[in-house]
Design a protein around this ligand. Structure first.
Ligand SMILES: [Zn+2]
Length: 187
């Protein structure tokens, strides 16, 4: 009898915690790390995003803000995308702009997700970066100017380029979902 009571109590507890987790079922999940509301995030709106640093800070998760707006660098080998070979598209985690396709991703061994070509010419902005005593080319999101990483000239053919990108600033969407959304937007 005592055992039964304990079981019932446990079951009740389980129900309570389940309800707690699903308190906001209608909230659309864009990324796993996204808990704040981001009004500029859109995979269909290509208009440029121009927000103050203060506004960015309000709408971006702190790890994304650190990379995107403070030009931070995540620790190497920490991104789940570093060894990740699913077919789909990578988007900017700050604004939803499409950046890379999975078929241009390659294992560079450098510790960060690497690509040899962006999805389109306008998807990325290039800026000379002479910080830390190095001459590098910084790559930023073409829509919101989030810092993504750097591009180096030691990549594989056909471009010979290696876009070394912080995984934190990437949002991945599997190919089928991308296709479905594309058709929905078209219709
Ligand atoms: Zn962006």
């Amino acid at each position: 009898m005592k055992q039964l009571l304990i079981m019932l109590t446990l079951m009740q507890l389980t129900f309570v915690s389940c309800e707690g987790q699903t308190a906001t079922p209608k909230e659309k999940k864009n990324t796993m790390s996204e808990t704040k509301k981001n009004p500029v995030y859109s995979k269909s709106d290509s208009s440029k995003v121009n927000l103050s640093e203060e506004e960015w800070k309000k709408i971006l998760p702190s790890d994304v803000y650190y990379i995107a707006r403070q030009k931070g660098t995540e620790r190497p080998w920490t991104s789940k995308f570093e060894k990740f070979d699913e077919v789909g598209t990578y988007f900017c985690a700050a604004c939803g702009n499409a950046l890379f396709k999975s078929d241009t991703k390659f294992e560079s061994g450098c510790g960060w997700p690497s690509f040899y070509e962006p999805i389109s010419k306008g998807s990325i902005i290039y800026t000379p970066d002479n910080s830390h005593g190095m001459q590098r080319t910084e790559v930023q999101c073409g829509r919101c100017k989030a810092h993504l990483g750097h591009v180096f000239e030691d990549g594989p053919p056909p471009t010979g380029l290696r876009y070394c990108i912080n995984g934190v600033i990437l949002d991945f969407e599997k190919a089928k979902e991308t296709e479905k959304k594309y058709n929905e937007n078209k219709g």
